[in-house]
Design a protein around this ligand. Structure first.
Ligand code: SF4
Length: 231
């Protein structure tokens, strides 16, 4: 399996924020989000091809109860299934971070879903590849049957990246499509790659979450580590 990096850090987002975790980052993605902060695992996938046994050994070297399988899009790869089974046999708590566009029968203790709103669509630029990237992104970014299956069968959280109030309205439209989703599992995160941007958006987004019974989700990894790779 193609792995961009394996490292130990603290979970920076969501229900398990602050939990020491080993991160296993698959390399490769079926989306091309405008705000992607891991291009080395999506647009320009890097990394090494490692066997299942090697990945399990590298995780097991860390005395750490929690593992986060992330990407890229880890659910693109069939190897994610035996990997989650092997790690669960080691007694690890497994979070999978996914956009929920591909379904796999994984073992998972927390399905951390980041649905992609219209604000994720790549913008037109000078790249000759852009029209094809936009077409692929729009075709793939919403897979309601996959979302339904994952929230039915796993403990879950949904984390939406939000830029402005229009995005919040789009979140409500999304939630109306899935009445089974509990609002206490729905988190809104400000879009941004530095503290200044995040703080500016957090000011109004905190109020919005309070008034609309949704969970505000800070991005602590940027606050703690500046969003540097391998943290
Ligand atoms: S789904 Fe995640 S890894 Fe893939 S392009 Fe979007 S932000 Fe990047």
């Amino acid at each position: 399996m193609r792995i961009a990096e394996i490292f130990r850090s603290l979970q920076g987002e969501g229900r398990l924020t602050g939990t020491p975790s080993v991160f296993v980052r698959f390399s490769g993605c079926n989306l091309s989000c405008r705000y992607c902060d891991t291009p080395f695992a999506s647009a320009n996938p890097e990394g090494q091809d490692l066997s299942l046994e090697r990945v399990v050994d590298l995780v097991a070297e860390h005395d750490c109860s929690h593992v986060v399988i992330t990407g890229g899009e880890p659910m693109l790869f069939s190897d994610v299934v035996p990997l989650t089974i092997a790690l669960s046999r080691l007694g690890r708590h497994i979070t999978i971070e996914t956009a929920a566009t591909v379904d796999r029968p994984v073992h998972c203790d927390l399905m951390s879903i980041s649905p992609k709103l219209a604000n994720s669509t790549p913008s037109i630029d000078s790249s000759a590849k852009t029209p094809e990237l936009i077409r692929r992104h729009e075709q793939n970014r919403h897979a309601p049957d996959v979302v339904r299956r994952l929230i039915r069968d796993y403990s879950y959280q949904l984390k939406f990246v939000v830029d402005n109030i229009q995005d919040c309205h789009e979140v409500e439209t999304y939630l109306a499509e899935f009445p089974e989703i509990e609002r206490t599992n729905v988190m809104l995160m400000p879009q941004g790659t530095d503290l200044r941007m995040l703080e500016k958006k957090a000011k109004w987004l905190l109020s919005y979450c309070r008034e609309h019974n949704l969970v505000f989700c800070p991005r602590r990894q940027i606050e703690w580590f500046g969003g540097a790779r391998g943290t």
